[in-house]
Design a protein around this ligand. Structure first.
Ligand SMILES: Nc1ncnc2c1ncn2[C@@H]1O[C@H](COP(=O)(O)OP(=O)(O)OP(=O)(O)O)[C@@H](O)[C@H]1O
Ligand SMILES: Nc1ncnc2c1ncn2[C@@H]1O[C@H](COP(=O)(O)OP(=O)(O)OP(=O)(O)O)[C@@H](O)[C@H]1O
Ligand SMILES: [Mg+2]
Ligand SMILES: [Mg+2]
Lengths: 470, 470
């Protein structure tokens, strides 16, 4: 006799923690650092704040033969903070987020920090401790909370506020969880290094359980302009999304709906579009969700997705790293003989604009390897796992580097960054990108473009050497 | 100004459909067939019913330059059916399932068919049509429904019942969705072939849009014994799970709690365990969730996970394919010269028992390839994507086949099956397994064990040939 029941989304991600990247104590402590740091960077560089991020990991209980050690992981930032009435849900309710809008941010699922909190609750029972203050506030708020897994709700254990005596703003999060620091150390340090590589405007301090300090000073005050929120592009609209937009719209006519609710559609384009699908521009949009009008809804949805004369999705909302920062970062980290980066023109997939950036570092102190070292980034997040199934790896490993005058073993580092209002990750642990044709071709074009510059450099260098040898 | 909000779990998987495997129209039609077929097989061979599964895909709207074709995908089975009062939630509520118990089934997330329904709603707006009848019922029930994405609830468009005039029982599901049949065809046929390979007791009929029929007749009535439901094993218990067990238990003492709520713990073991962690056997379990007793809860949770003298998790609940069926299947499909399979002893990870089975087919009509052809299975589901990051691939590709007398190119097929009460997939699309140390070592042991048998066979064959040549 089958037992039918529902499960809360918190229970789902607690039970299936490997889906969120918490597959073992090594990955768990790594993922915890990631989720906290990515939230801190979203709260700073997406809001024109020069980031100051402090990360500390302390051992609070030694490992035994039977179970892993326990660590306190604390991350502090000088970001925009969390409003006091939002702290409990932001940290205590799975699928609660301020990033459910069309904007290029690292976070997108409303799950990250909650997955880390669930893991710490399951392994140590300890509540999370949050301190936060927004810039305009006179107070610093603190909350100690647990997640009620069955109800998917925060349970406040302790809370309070203090009067601010400085102009501090930002957030500090403390978590206590089981982890395998010894195995995770290399990966965590690599993650922070790669973060600093593309964010030389950020100051990052990392204190390890052995009291080592990894310090990444700010080397420039120049920051890429922050991303901004976009209205949807018609090519990304499916029937369900159109239903939702129509039920919420305050517009009174289809013409107004097209112009107000979508990006870059002027009255003329709107009229031409509506005419092309036989829709009266004066019709009330709510007609589309009237009973019996599902055919009408389909006609509009299909028209939006397929009409050829809409402007392409705007890319000025995006925030690429920029060629200069990528080159500076690669030079600093690898002491290479030659470095070049490119920021491509925006393209789009399913109505989402994306920009591919690529960088190559060659020679100098780079240790030659059988295949290029690949540094993958998506929305400025370094991706360190799941390389072999990532679209960037497929592109870079399918390139015949001999055609570019590069012999094996090659002293070659390739950086690929995909920035988009929606990154199509394969999993909520954000480690690799799914197969999207438009992304694959654009990554290929970007890497080949710089590879051609490298080929020129190498052939010039070879002919100069041949000349000297004569 | 950040906009904080929550999102329903249906909205989450609609918006992020690539997480569930619906990353493009090719993967979408493939995943839809999978989700329906896996539900049908769960409803039959997990309940001692010899499966009869009919799959049909029909083109209902041709592709245009701008959008993919639309297909009706229908899957019918002779399984246990869905009770009429459960149909709406089973098909219309994300995270609703009869498989949230400790038992080896293909399904585990309560999401599969709903992800397919969400995708069809988004691409065609069409409701899903379900027909179902349980064996004991006199009626056949039908429901046409949509998922209310915002509320994560079913919306019944039409429903009814008919008096049964035969002894039919089972379920039939009709979905209409956009898909790329042309690109997906090879993979879908491969998936069904590999399903039939290990289920020769199933009759499977597949009708394609071109009216081709792929027929896999039943060749044996012998079925592996179905899996059964287990109580939890103490080694798999985290603090949150213990909290939940304690809040639901009807037992009145800790001694009773240990014996009743866990598998294979007798009174003597329970007493010894409780004594070892300093807990009074007569204490009421509810004390563990009293305010201020979190230390006590931690002591018990840690003790459960680390106590050495519990029996290992029972494996008789599991349902391996069996050496005979694997060998028969490999022989049939590959016409190999040599075939051998092994079903290993059960092991466990995090309190979950698992059995690894491996099979090798060598020579005969197998086309030699650079590396072995790898057929991966988990809980009897064929896994066709994400091979490079799967733990089985890492094991098989790290084996030096020359040490087993196998030269490149090799006419070699390796089958790996992991059966468990919980398969640690990397994603809800169920394509590859995450890094679990116990799984990796056991898969390695299994494959190497059969490889040694193969080495004996090959060296015997080589020496016989050398003898003949003399
Ligand atoms: N350090 C921080 N500073 C400011 N706001 C924060 C910080 N950390 C979390 N938040 C807020 O809490 C919300 C939830 O964070 P969470 O990591 O769970 O989800 P997310 O970042 O929105 O998406 P993702 O699951 O992809 O990480 C964020 O959307 C943000 O509004
Ligand atoms: N063909 C079927 N016969 C009988 N019951 C079915 C059938 N299809 C679905 N169900 C019921 O509907 C429930 C929901 O199915 P769904 O595929 O969404 O989740 P699941 O199979 O439990 O888990 P997963 O998400 O891993 O597939 C199942 O648990 C099962 O009880
Ligand atoms: Mg986050
Ligand atoms: Mg299912």
């Amino acid at each position: 006799q089958e037992k039918y029941r529902e499960m809360s989304i918190a229970e789902f991600f607690a039970k299936n923690k490997e889906l969120a990247g918490f597959s073992n104590p090594t990955r768990a402590i790594y993922q915890t650092v990631r989720e906290l740091v990515e939230n801190s960077l979203d709260a700073t560089d997406s809001h024109n704040v020069l980031p100051e991020v402090k990360i500390s990991i302390k051992e609070v209980e030694a490992a035994t033969d039977d179970k892993p050690a326990k660590y306190e992981v604390a991350v502090e930032d000088n970001g925009i903070g969390v409003p006091p009435n939002e702290i409990a849900n932001a940290f205590g309710k799975v699928l609660y987020s301020s990033k459910y809008v069309i904007r290029q941010t690292r976070g997108m699922y409303g799950l990250g920090v909650k997955a880390a909190i669930l893991y710490s609750q399951m392994t140590t029972g300890q509540p999370v401790f949050i301190v936060s203050s927004t810039d305009s506030s006179d107070n610093i708020y603190y909350k100690k909370l647990l997640i009620d897994i069955k109800k998917n709700e925060p349970v406040i254990i302790e809370e309070g506020q203090l009067l601010k005596r400085s102009n501090w703003h930002g957030t500090k999060v403390y978590l206590t969880l089981e982890g395998d620091w010894v195995r995770a150390k290399q990966k965590i340090i690599e993650y922070i290094k790669r973060t600093a590589l593309i964010a030389p405007y950020a100051e990052i301090i990392f204190e390890t359980p052995e009291n080592e300090i990894y310090y990444f000073p700010r080397v420039t005050k120049k920051m890429p302009k922050p991303p901004s929120e976009a209205k949807p592009h018609p090519h990304g609209i499916d029937i369900e999304q159109l239903k939702a937009m129509v039920s919420f719209t305050k517009t009174k006519t289809m013409l107004e709906f097209m112009v107000e609710e979508f990006q870059s559609i002027g009255e003329i384009t709107a009229r031409k579009f509506l005419e092309s699908i036989g829709i009266d521009p004066n019709m009330n949009p709510k007609m589309l969700i009237e009973k019996g009008n599902s055919k009408l809804l389909q006609v509009v949805a299909t028209g939006l997705r397929t009409y050829k004369n809409f402007r392409p999705p705007r890319s000025d909302y995006l925030s690429p790293i920029g060629e200069e920062l990528i080159e500076v970062g690669l030079k600093r980290l690898f002491n290479a003989e030659w470095v070049k980066a490119i920021t491509r023109q925006a393209r789009a997939y399913e109505g989402h604009p994306f920009i591919v950036e690529a960088g190559i570092a060659y020679g100098g102190n780079i240790i030659p390897t059988e295949e290029p070292v690949l540094l993958r980034y998506a929305n400025k997040i370094p991706l360190l796992y799941e390389e072999r199934e990532d679209v960037s790896y497929k592109v870079v490993s399918s390139i015949n580097w001999k055609l570019y005058n590069i012999e094996e073993p090659m002293p070659l580092v390739v950086l690929v960054h995909v920035a988009s209002t929606k990154v199509p990750y394969k999993g909520v642990g954000k480690e690799s990108l799914s197969e999207v044709q438009e992304l694959e071709s654009e990554i290929k074009n970007a890497v080949q473009e710089i590879a051609r510059s490298l080929r020129l450099y190498i052939s010039k260098k070879n002919s100069e050497r041949t000349l000297r040898e004569k």
